[in-house]
Design a protein around this ligand. Structure first.
Ligand code: FE
Ligand code: FE
Ligand code: ZN
Length: 295
């Protein structure tokens, strides 16, 4: 069965239950959220009662909570020595929150080396993740390294860098990969030859390491290193190429998460994008449809 969802909110008062309700309102059977604002460290205490209510409801609806995704905040940067101790301790706390939510996957941007170079940056990432896993020894939470567009000094802009990080992680059971289609395209991978990409991924890292796929179209050309997401079918990747990835038989059980932009920065597009995906039918007038129903 297709596992499809989107980025949803996580509010202090409703927490996982609110995130689930938002996902359901878009017709989703999985979802992803940040445990607080992605750009800051303010985090509210996880409420066990709300968590258990949400998990109960998921069970009833046959939603596999082990495929629900948490995204770590951008301010974590394990590459950078200045931020290293802060990043390790914040990521440790984040892993504990995922644990408290009874979830499994935490997506992490590998980081930006900001001048110290890729090699040193990768060394710091390995060291940082190993330290986080030491700090959370009893946890089974898996960190998924996201493939990045290569904007600025981002690490994880190609599969070789991701592989090098994974090779340096002591507990291999707790490390995996999150593919982001916009980032891969902007990094220079030709997603219209997706089987070739998967073969390469398989020989380098192993397909069993893929824990999540962010499905986004891109506003920019292949190899642009820009990282600007576009609505499904409205960008340079295109509807057919994205559909081929979403329905690829080798990726059947992997959750697909949309992180596409709101229409006019106001209206969430996910309900209608998911409808297009399920119906395998591109809506050329997506934004008009959404605006009509919202206004
Ligand atoms: Fe991300
Ligand atoms: Fe992403
Ligand atoms: Zn992005």
């Amino acid at each position: 069965m297709l596992l499809i969802g989107s980025h949803v909110g996580f509010k202090k008062d409703s927490q996982l239950l609110g995130s689930l309700e938002e996902a359901l309102s878009y017709g989703e059977n999985t979802f992803m959220f940040y445990t607080g604002a992605p750009q800051n460290t303010a985090r509210s205490k996880i409420d066990e009662e709300l968590t258990l209510k949400a998990l109960d409801q998921m069970k009833e609806l046959k939603i596999d909570s082990s495929k629900v995704i948490v995204h770590a905040p951008y301010i974590i940067n394990l590459c950078n020595e200045k931020n290293f101790d802060f990043s390790v301790s914040f990521l440790t706390e984040e892993v504990k929150r995922v644990e408290q939510l009874h979830l499994k996957y935490l997506v992490l941007h590998p980081g930006s080396h900001v001048g110290i170079g890729v090699e040193k940056g990768i060394e710091n990432i390995k060291k940082g993740i190993n330290q986080v896993f030491e700090n959370t020894k009893d946890s089974n939470v898996v960190i998924l390294l996201e493939t990045m567009a290569g904007k600025g000094s981002e690490i994880g802009r190609n599969l070789e860098e991701i592989k090098t990080i994974i090779d340096g992680i002591n507990n291999k059971k707790r490390i995996g990969v999150c593919l982001d289609t916009c980032h891969l395209h902007d990094a220079g991978y030709h997603l219209n030859h997706f089987d070739e990409f998967l073969d390469k991924f398989d020989s380098l890292i192993g397909l069993d390491k893929i824990g999540c796929i962010h499905v986004n179209d891109s506003k920019n050309e292949c190899n642009s290193h820009k990282d600007r997401h576009e609505n499904i079918g409205f960008g340079t990747i295109g509807f057919d190429t994205l559909m081929n990835i979403i329905y690829h038989k080798k990726l059947k059980d992997i959750p697909k998460i949309l992180e596409t932009p709101y229409i006019e920065k106001k209206y969430p597009p996910y309900k209608y994008e998911i409808e297009m995906i399920k119906e395998k039918n591109f809506y050329e007038n997506l934004s008009d449809i959404i605006k009509e129903t919202m206004e």
